[in-house]
Design a protein around this ligand. Structure first.
Ligand code: UT7
Length: 321
C-alpha cells in the first residue's frame, strides 16, 4: 500500500475550572434552559491564570506521546491549530516544542479557527505522504475565554477552553487504516460572519470574538452536509460504511443535522459539547481522545471528522483507526 498516516496517539487537557450555565445566568441575561435547548451545552472548562495555548497544548501532547509509547525525540513536526496563541510569534508550536523537550524537527501554527484541527490533520498527512516527516504531532489548543466579550450573551455562553492532540505516523502496510481522505474549503467572502475584532494588527479594536450566529448556523448545516457527500464519494464509500462521527462541537443541533444526513444513530456520534462547549480547534481531538480511551472507538473502525469555523473555513477528514 502507498505511504499513508496512521493515528497512533491521543491526548487531551481541560482546565480545572468548570463554569455551569447556571453560573453564567447569575451574571448575564440568559438561562440554563435557553443554552441547553439552543446549543446542547451544560457547562464548559475555563482557563485559569496560568493556562495558555502552550501549557494546555504541551500537556495534551505529553499525554498523546505516552499513549503512543513515544518520546518527544520520536516526533519530526509539531503542527498547532490555534486562534488564541500566547504570542503573535513565535508560533505556539515552537513553544510547545521547547516545553516537551523536542530539540530537532520543526513546528508551525495553523490559523483556521474552529476548522483548524482538520486543516492541521490534512497538512500533517501531506507531510507524511511526501516523505517530509515520519511522525507528526497535531495539536488543537484554545483559550477562547480570553477573546470572548463576556457581556455578549450571543457568544460568551458558547465557548470553552482546552487542548487535544493526536500523533500521525507513516505506514506502508497493507492494512487500509489511517487517514483515507481530507477535504478543505474556505470562502473569505464570508469572513465577517465570525471573526475577532482587531488584535495585533489593529490594536485600537476590541480583540473580541464577534459572530452572526444564525448565519453561521445555516452555513454550517449546508456546507457540512455537502462536505460529507464529497469525502465519501472521493473514497468510493457510502454512509453505511461510517462507524463514528467525531464532529466539531459547536452546537448539538448542527451535529444532529449532519448525523441525520449520514443516518447515524446517536450512539455512533461522539458528543462532548454538553460538557466542553465549543473549544474551537481543540474540540475534535478532545472528542477523539475521550472516545478512544473509553473504548468506544476501536481499531479498524471508520471515523468521519468534520468542522466549520471563522473564514469561513470548513473541512472533513475520513480515517480508519
Ligand atoms: O464553531 C464555529 C461555528 N459556530 C457555530 O457553528 C455557531 C452557530 N450558531 C449557533 O449555534 C446558533 O445560531 C446560536 C446558538 C448562536 C444561537 O441560536 P439561534 O437559535 O440561532 O438563536 P438566535 O441567534 O436566532 O437568537 C434567538 C433569540 C434572540 O432573541 P430575539 O431576537 O428572538 O428576541 C436572541 O437575542 O435568542 C436570544 N439569545 C439569547 N437568549 C438567552 C441569544 N443568545 C441568548 C442567550 N440567552 N445566551
Amino acid at each position: 500500500m502507498a505511504r499513508h498516516s496512521l493515528l497512533v496517539g491521543f491526548g487531551g487537557f481541560l482546565p480545572d475550572r468548570v463554569v455551569t450555565n447556571v453560573e453564567l445566568a447569575s451574571q448575564l441575561d440568559t438561562s440554563d434552559e435557553w443554552i441547553r435547548a439552543r446549543t446542547g451545552i451544560a457547562c464548559r472548562h475555563v482557563a485559569g491564570p496560568h493556562d495558555t495555548a502552550t501549557s494546555m497544548g504541551a500537556e495534551a501532547a505529553s499525554r498523546a506521546l505516552s499513549y503512543a509509547g513515544l518520546s518527544a525525540s520520536d516526533i519530526d513536526v509539531i503542527l498547532v491549530a490555534t486562534a488564541t496563541p500566547d504570542q503573535a510569534f513565535p508560533a505556539t508550536a515552537v513553544r510547545i516544542q521547547a516545553e516537551i523537550g523536542m530539540i530537532s524537527g520543526f513546528g508551525y501554527d495553523i490559523s483556521s479557527a474552529c476548522s483548524g484541527f482538520v486543516f492541521a490533520l490534512a497538512t500533517a498527512d501531506s507531510l507524511i505522504r511526501s516523505h517530509q516527516a515520519n511522525r507528526v504531532l497535531v495539536i488543537g489548543s484554545e483559550v477562547y475565554s480570553r477573546i470572548l466579550d463576556w457581556s455578549d450573551r450571543g457568544t460568551c455562553v458558547l465557548f470553552g477552553d482546552g487542548a487535544g492532540a493526536v500523533i500521525l505516523e507513516a505506514s506502508e502496510s497493507d492494512d487500509h487504516r489511517g487517514i483515507l481522505s481530507t477535504h478543505l474549503h474556505s470562502d473569505g467572502r464570508l469572513r465577517d460572519l465570525l471573526y475577532v475584532d482587531g488584535a495585533v494588527g489593529q490594536p485600537e479594536k476590541s480583540g473580541k470574538l464577534r459572530m452572526s450566529g444564525r448565519d453561521v448556523f445555516r452555513h454550517a448545516v449546508e456546507k457540512l452536509s455537502s462536505s460529507v457527500d464529497e469525502v465519501l464519494s472521493s473514497c468510493g464509500l457510502t454512509r453505511d460504511h461510517i462507524d463514528w462521527l467525531v464532529p466539531h462541537q459547536a452546537n448539538i443541533r448542527i451535529i444532529e443535522a449532519v448525523a441525520k444526513k449520514l443516518a447515524l444513530p446517536a450512539d455512533r456520534v461522539v458528543i462532548t459539547v454538553d460538557r466542553h462547549a465549543n473549544t474551537s480547534a481543540a474540540s475534535i481531538p478532545l472528542a477523539l481522545d475521550e472516545a478512544v480511551r473509553d473504548g468506544r472507538i476501536r481499531q479498524g473502525e471508520l471515523v468521519l471528522m468534520e468542522a466549520l469555523g471563522g473564514g469561513l473555513t470548513w473541512g472533513t477528514a475520513l480515517a480508519r483507526l
